[in-house]
Design a protein around this ligand. Sequence first.
Ligand code: PLP
Length: 307
Amino acid sequence: MKINWNMLKTKYIWQNGQLIDWDNAYTHVLTHALHYGSAVFEGVRFYETPKGPAIFRLKEHTDRLFYSAGALGMDIPYTKDEINQAIIEVVKTSGEKSGYIRPLAYYGAGKMGLNPTGSPVDVIIACWPWGKYLGDEKLKVCISKYIRIHPQSTISDAKIAGHYINSILTSFESHKKGFHEALLLDFEGNIAEGPGENFFMVKDKKLYTVPLGRILNGITRASIIKLAQDEGIEVIERHIGPEEAKASDELFYTGTAAEISAISQLEDTVIGNSGEEGNMTRMLREKFYNIVEGRDDKYADWLTLVD
Ligand SMILES: Cc1ncc(COP(=O)(O)O)c(C=O)c1O
């Protein structure tokens, strides 16, 4: 099969316990997940450090993968430790110094119908080089007409592939309107999160973020909360309305792909005085890069060295 890859390939993909050539990693067209979105996944980054490539918060990502699988009644046929080792192997054999890792577990082929019980569970892990997800531009964000998936419609804090139609629709919408990214509200009109990012607000030197329950329990979010608290910053988790956000001093998104990205404009309101990255965002972003790039020993246990 000839595929035009609009991404940088690496050599191998780990598929059900084996390293397969990237070009030969296939699944059947009757794969359950392809029809119904019954897959769970992670996005993980690895960074170049003085000690070689290092994976950021590997354990937490693997824990969340298993949590998401549990939400779908899926028994991953490997232990967490086997998945961690496989992720390390994929990064190591890629030869890349930094990039993005995609572990995915899905209900495979063999059975149709909505109830996947009895379907095989297949697992793949791929990695590839991936630079800045949201680019270097200052982010212009619009409020989506779509709300974040309702917590009573699904297990909304599991990272289930089917949920991402919600994110895909908001991405179409924001790009069509000339914005870089969307912001989704929850079913009560509070801010929920971005299509693939958690939301933070700075006001009067305090840091605010949306409480867990209706959003993805972001690993970058948890890391930023910890870093801020270690710096003596008060962190408040509570609901935030869009008008309050527009009147804030700083706004930013966090996520594995997006990392720490300042929001310069929400709808047509410029954030802060100038829309420039604010002091607290900059401080936290610089601290974050010092950690992931291996320059801050205090958080060395957040990194898993590959070599
Ligand atoms: C919907 C959504 N929210 C937030 C995030 C950020 O989470 P993390 O920091 O764990 O990547 C992601 C990315 O995984 C996401 O898909």
